[in-house]
Design a protein around this ligand. Structure first.
Ligand code: HEC
Length: 170
């Protein structure tokens, strides 16, 4: 299992107190990676799937509770929370409602290949221009990325349910 790239770990350490990185079982491996690797893995030439932004939004489908829980932990452990929050802008976009504005496939690519997305995908490129910051590749596996997306869906469902409850009138 890989962890945040060194630059990101540094960034995260500077800006927030990173609450450990990954589960306890990976701690040694991750420390080694942080110390030994001097260059970020060259992401370069990933061919993005076509029509990433077409189809239903991720949050339109149900989420899996267990995966969402895992995703919540990953969101902190993989450094995402250093730049992202829900309901406010940090250095990256506010992720409240993100599953209602993006497709599953789009978010997967953004998480797995952010450096390619900002270059090739028009939406990601636009965000890059707006935030003047490249989201770093945090080295998640596709499965981890999907768990984080389940967490986003969970967050957005929560908000939706809250709204509905609030709307109730007699
Ligand atoms: C160093 C700051 C930083 C870190 C760490 C980071 N991001 Fe981002 N993220 C950004 C920025 C900036 C953008 C906008 C695109 C760009 O400029 O690269 C973005 C875009 C996104 C988007 C699209 C938001 C939208 O409105 O459509 C998602 C989803 C996302 N990030 C998820 C994650 C996840 C999950 C992690 C952790 C695995 C993560 N980010 C880590 C800065 C960060």
């Amino acid at each position: 299992m890989r962890c945040a790239s060194p630059g990101v770990v540094l960034l995260a350490l500077v800006s927030v107190t990173l609450s450990g990185c990954g589960g306890a079982k990976d701690a040694g491996e991750e420390k080694a990676a942080t110390v030994s690797s001097t260059s970020t893995p060259s992401p370069g030439a990933v061919a993005l799937p076509a029509n990433l932004d077409q189809g239903p939004r991720a949050g339109e489908s149900d989420y899996e509770e267990a995966k969402a829980k895992l995703g919540e932990a990953l969101f902190k452990d993989k450094g995402c929370s250093a730049c992202h929050a829900f309901g406010k802008r940090v250095t990256g976009p506010d992720l409240a409602g993100v599953s209602m504005r993006r497709t599953q496939a789009w978010m997967e690519q953004q998480i797995l290949h952010p450096e390619t997305m900002t270059k090739q995908d028009p939406i990601s490129h636009q965000l890059f221009a707006q935030f003047a910051l490249q989201m770093p590749n945090q080295g998640l596996t596709p499965e981890e990325a999907r768990a984080v997306i389940e967490y986003f869906k969970h967050k957005d469902h929560e908000v939706g349910e809250g709204r509905e409850a609030g709307k109730e009138k007699d």
